[in-house]
Design a protein around this ligand. Structure first.
Ligand code: HEM
Length: 498
C-alpha cells in the first residue's frame, strides 16, 4: 500500500425516519480511511476508471477543506450533503481525504453490508503508540483476534445477561448518585455535577466488569478518571490525522500516548488479576471479567478488558443529558408525569421498565442523537478499494437541531436506526446495551427525584446552562452548573437498600 487517499465518512442526521446524518445538532460521523491501491495492484486500473466522488470546491494546498469545514463540521457536512449527495469526499489536511457518508442507506450499505471491508481502523503514530501497535481492542485491526474478542465481550455484557445479573448493581449506584445530589445539589448558585456523575459511571461500569466500586476519595477512582480523560484527549487528537508530516515534531506527545497505555494496563490489569486469582482460589466473583476469563480458557485467546474510554463516553452522555434537560423543563415535566403514572413515587424505575416509559426512553435516544459523545465516531478504515453507485438524496429529517424526544415515539421509529452514537457495522460499540441500560435508569431516577433547574444569580434570576459544542477537536466534558430541586419527600426512602 502506498499513500493514503483517505476518506472520512459522516452522515447527515436527517434522513427520512430518523436515521442519521451529520448535521443536525447531532452528528455522528463515521470515518473510513480509504487506501489507494498501488500501481502494481491488479485491480488498480479498474478503480482508476471509476468516477471520482463529488467534492466541494475550494480545497487549499496543505489544509484542504479544513478552513471551509470550520468549527462546526457537522453543519458544513450537512450543507454540502444537500448539494453533493449522500456520499462525497473532502480533503482534510495535507494528505487525508475523508469520505462523508451522509445517509443511513449509504451507512447500511458500506458499514453493515460491506463490513468485511470497512471494519479496520486507521492509524496515526499517536494511535499506534496508544494502542500498543493496534493490540488494544478499540484500535485493533479487523482480524481473527478481534473477532474472538468481540464475541466474548458481546456474550459477557449482552442485553439479557445485564438484565439477569446486573440490574440491581446499576440501581445501587444510581441510588448513591441521587443521595449525593439530594445532599449537595440544591444550592442557588447550582453545582457542577461532573464528579458525582463520574463516580456513578466508574462505579456502575467497574462493578459490572470487575465487581469493584470506589468512594470519591479513593486514589484508584481519581486515577481512573484521569486515565479516562487522557484517553479521550489522545483518541480525539486529530493533529496527525490531518497533518501526518508533523510526527517528527510531536515525539513527546507520541511518547505520552504510549505511557498512557501502560498506565491503563497497570490499573485495570490489577483488577483482572484479582478476578483471575479469585477464580483460582475457588471464590469466583460475579462480573463480566470473570465470564470473559472463563471464555478465554476454552478459546485460548488472551485479549484484555481495559476499555477506559467507555467511562468518559457514558459520563459525557449523562452530563449532556442533564444540561439539555435543564434547558427543556417541559420535557422533564412530561417524563416525570409518565413515571408518576406508570411507576409511582414509591420505587425507582428499573432498566426493565423501558416499555412502560416510552417517553423517558425517547429522551435517552434523543440525547444520543442531539449530542453524541463521540460525534465523529471512531474512524473506520477499509482494507481495499470499493465501488459504490446508485445513491439517492434522502428526505430531510424535520427540525434536526431541536431536542424533541417525541420524534422517537412515531410508529415507524422502532424500525430504523435513530442515531449512530454507538457507530455502525462490525465495530459497533459492544458496550451499547450496558451504556443504554445504565443511562436509561439513571435518567429516569433523576427525573423522578428532581427538577433540574438553571442556577440563579445574586438577584435570583436564572442563568443560562450552556450545551456542549460539537467541534472537530476531541470530545470534551461539558462544564455547567445546575440545581437539583427535590420533587418529593420519598427520595431517601426509595434509595434505602432493599
Ligand atoms: C454512551 C456511552 C458510549 C458511547 C457513546 C460509545 C460509543 C462508541 C463508538 C462510537 C464506538 C466506535 C464504533 C465504530 O467503530 O463504529 C465505540 C467502540 C467501543 N466501545 Fe463504546 N460507547 C459507549 C459506552 C461503552 C461502554 C459502556 C463500553 C464497555 C463497557 C464500551 C466499549 C467499547 C469498545 C470495546 C469499543 C471498540 C469496539 C471495536 O473497535 O471493535 N463503550 N463506542
Amino acid at each position: 500500500m502506498t499513500g493514503v487517499l483517505n476518506t472520512l465518512t459522516s452522515l447527515d442526521w436527517r434522513s427520512a425516519n430518523g436515521a442519521l446524518v451529520v448535521a443536525a445538532t447531532a452528528a455522528t460521523g463515521i470515518y473510513v480511511a480509504n487506501r489507494l491501491l498501488t500501481p502494481e495492484d491488479k485491480e488498480a486500473e479498474k478503480f482508476q476508471k471509476l468516477n471520482k466522488l463529488p467534492s466541494p470546491s475550494g480545497a487549499l494546498p496543505i489544509v484542504g477543506h479544513l478552513f471551509s469545514v470550520g468549527k462546526s463540521p457537522h453543519i458544513k457536512f450537512s450543507e454540502w450533503g444537500r448539494t453533493l449527495g449522500p456520499i462525497y469526499s473532502v480533503k482534510m489536511g495535507s494528505s487525508r481525504t475523508w469520505v462523508i457518508h451522509n445517509s443511513s442507506e449509504v451507512i447500511r450499505e458500506m458499514l453493515d453490508r460491506r463490513g468485511a471491508t470497512y471494519s479496520d481502523r486507521i492509524s496515526t503514530d499517536i494511535l499506534e503508540a496508544f494502542s500498543a501497535n493496534g493490540i488494544m481492542y478499540g484500535f485493533a485491526q479487523n482480524n481473527s483476534y478481534l473477532r474472538v474478542w468481540r464475541k466474548h465481550t458481546n456474550n459477557t455484557i449482552s442485553k439479557s445477561k445485564l438484565e439477569k445479573e446486573y440490574s440491581q448493581v446499576l440501581i445501587a449506584h444510581s441510588k448513591q448518585l441521587l443521595l449525593n445530589l439530594l445532599e449537595k445539589g440544591n444550592v442557588p448558585e447550582g453545582i457542577n455535577p461532573s464528579d458525582k456523575v463520574y463516580l456513578y459511571n466508574v462505579n456502575s461500569m467497574c462493578s459490572v466488569i470487575f465487581n469493584k466500586s470506589f468512594t470519591m476519595d479513593d486514589p484508584d477512582f481519581k486515577e481512573i478518571v484521569r486515565l479516562g480523560v487522557s484517553t479521550l484527549n489522545v483518541a480525539g487528537d486529530f493533529t496527525l490525522e490531518l497533518f501526518p508530516f508533523l510526527a517528527p515534531f510531536l515525539r513527546s506527545k507520541i511518547r505520552r500516548a504510549g505511557l498512557l497505555q501502560l498506565q491503563i494496563k497497570q490499573v485495570f490489569g490489577k483488577y483482572v488479576e484479582e478476578v483471575r486469582q479469585a477464580r483460582k482460589d475457588g471464590n469466583e466473583v460475579k462480573c463480566a471479567c470473570n465470564e470473559y476469563l472463563k471464555a478465554q480458557e476454552t478459546d485460548n485467546e488472551n485479549g484484555h478488558m481495559d476499555d477506559v474510554a467507555s467511562l468518559d463516553t457514558s459520563s459525557i452522555a449523562l452530563l449532556n443529558g442533564i444540561s439539555i434537560l435543564a434547558n427543556y423543563l417541559n420535557v422533564q415535566e412530561r417524563a416525570f408525569a409518565e413515571i408518576k403514572d406508570n411507576i409511582g413515587l414509591d420505587r425507582l424505575p428499573r432498566d426493565t421498565d423501558e416499555e412502560r416509559l416510552p417517553y423517558t426512553r425517547a429522551i435517552l435516544t434523543e440525547i444520543l442523537r442531539f449530542r453524541p459523545p463521540l460525534w465523529l465516531g471512531v474512524p473506520h478504515s477499509n482494507i481495499k478499494d470499493e465501488e459504490y453507485e446508485g445513491y439517492h438524496i434522502p428526505y430531510i429529517y424535520p427540525d434536526p437541531y431541536m431536542f424533541k424526544p417525541e420524534r422517537h415515539l412515531d410508529e415507524d421509529a422502532g424500525n430504523v436506526r435513530q442515531h449512530y452514537a454507538f457507530g455502525a457495522g462490525r465495530r459497533i460499540c459492544p458496550g451499547s446495551f450496558l451504556a443504554e441500560k445504565s443511562l436509561f435508569s439513571v435518567i429516569a431516577h433523576i427525573v423522578q427525584a428532581f427538577r433540574i433547574e438553571p442556577p440563579l444569580d445574586a438577584q435570583g434570576n436564572p442563568l443560562e446552562v450552556p450545551l456542549s459544542d460539537i467541534t472537530l477537536t476531541e470530545p470534551s466534558i461539558p462544564i455547567f452548573k445546575v440545581r437539583f430541586v427535590p420533587r418529593h419527600d420519598n427520595i431517601k426512602s426509595m434509595c434505602k437498600d432493599d
